[in-house]
Design a protein around this ligand. Structure first.
Ligand SMILES: Cc1cc2nc3c(=O)[nH]c(=O)nc-3n(C[C@H](O)[C@H](O)[C@H](O)COP(=O)(O)O)c2cc1C
Length: 372
């Protein structure tokens, strides 16, 4: 199958004003199997749905008649300055949405001064992406079966100017992706993980009847904490672990001197029946203390969602699926518009809640559990 792109909008219609509008439009713009792959989650999508439900249950505590004229969204994290606390999460294969792929997304991110985390499974080379991206750019690493090849990727990322290594630890194998399976999703011809093309072939495996294709097969080379310790000795880049969802794992990360974590359940795409990221965020923040850098993702669609995540302890918030929706609808224009919408929604939220600076957004800015 080759990829057939629908014409991209070059002007934005009146009814395209929010991230969820982009999701609606994307359904018309993407081939069905690709839309299903992007929108879907693991298993029965209990975690995917819970990510949104639990965000919706949180209410904001307003405080009126505040002087907001000195307000702003600038923030610092891990030694870098961000124009606003929203980043683009690592998402594979942007060419599924647009022929320019990640280059179009990053052009928009630059325009809106938005940091990006580029996936190991990008469909453009990490060097091309880096050369066109001025904003803070971090590289998301999937530790490869072949550790030498893994190191090669890390060195490429260092050389290309990525400033952090975001190591994804919650997806050593795919979740049960029934929705994508039912839709018959396969990668179209010409779209591939171009940064992995020189990956050494995997050794042939055969299994005795007593062995499991999962445990002795797919998981046999899956990374462990020892690999994180090894990676720390191999790179000058600070390491952030993405996919932390338990207090124990978060504490282990701090004890190992890992620079930060992303509280995430991979957008509900790996193990189903996990808690939502927003439920775990305050527990993890409480355990690791106020200073430890925490990023958050899962279900972010509104400026109010960014606000809620910051109030519960996130330093930065990442956006997953909506970036691909906007890219499929209107290319770089769509992503830039989406980011502007979210930034403005966030500023409006801060103003109307009476917390015009990032530091003022705390758990006191929320009313928890009122509508249960
Ligand atoms: C289509 C798709 C591809 C993804 N690819 C990656 C990836 O390559 N690496 C990774 O760490 N996370 C990947 N993720 C997970 C995102 O980084 C992020 O954790 C998740 O999308 C956040 O949830 P949200 O989509 O509700 O914002 C992917 C998510 C989607 C939807």
């Amino acid at each position: 199958m080759t990829m057939q792109y629908k014409p991209f909008l070059d002007a934005l219609p009146r009814d395209l004003v929010s991230a969820s509008d982009y999701a609606r439009y994307a359904q018309q713009h993407l081939p069905e199997s690709i839309y299903e792959y992007v929108v879907g989650g693991g298993g029965d999508e209990i975690t995917l749905n819970r990510n949104r439900q639990k965000l919706d249950e949180i209410l904001i505590q307003p405080s009126v008649l505040k002087d907001c004229t000195k307000g702003g969204t600038h923030t610092q994290c891990l030694g870098e300055t961000f124009r606003h606390p929203l980043l683009l999460a690592p998402v594979a294969f942007h060419k599924l949405a647009h022929p320019m792929g990640e280059l179009a997304t990053c052009e928009a991110a630059d325009l809106l001064e938005t940091g990006v985390i580029v996936s190991t499974l990008a469909s453009q080379t990490i060097e091309d992406i880096a050369s066109k991206t001025l904003q803070p750019k971090w590289f998301q690493l999937y530790i490869q079966q072949n550790r030498e090849f893994t190191l090669k990727l890390v060195k490429r990322a260092e050389k290309a100017g990525y400033s952090k290594l975001v190591v994804t630890v919650d997806a050593p194998l795919h979740g049960i992706r029934n929705r994508a399976q039912r839709a018959g999703f396969v990668l179209p011809d010409g779209i591939e993980a171009v940064n992995l093309t020189d990956r050494p072939p995997l050794p042939r495996q055969s299994f005795a009847p007593s062995q499991s294709v999962v445990f002795q097969g797919m998981m046999s080379e899956a990374p462990t904490w020892d690999d994180i310790a090894w990676l720390q000795t191999q790179t000058t880049l600070p390491i952030i672990l993405k996919g932390i969802l338990s207090v124990g794992d978060a504490l282990k990360a701090t004890q190992m001197g890992v620079a930060g974590i992303v509280v995430s359940n991979h957008g509900g795409r790996t193990l189903d029946c996990l808690p939502s990221s927003i439920e775990m965020l305050p527990l993890i923040r409480q355990a690791v203390g106020p200073e430890y850098p925490i990023l958050f993702d899962g279900g972010i669609e509104r400026g109010t969602d960014i606000f809620k995540a910051l109030a519960l302890g996130a330093n930065l918030v990442c956006l997953g699926r909506p970036q691909l929706y906007a890219l499929s609808v209107a290319g770089a224009l769509g992503v830039a518009h989406l980011l502007r919408v979210l930034r403005e929604e966030f500023e409006v939220t801060m103003s109307l809640a009476g917390t015009p600076t990032i530091d003022e957004i705390t758990s006191d800015s929320l009313i928890l559990g009122l509508n249960k």
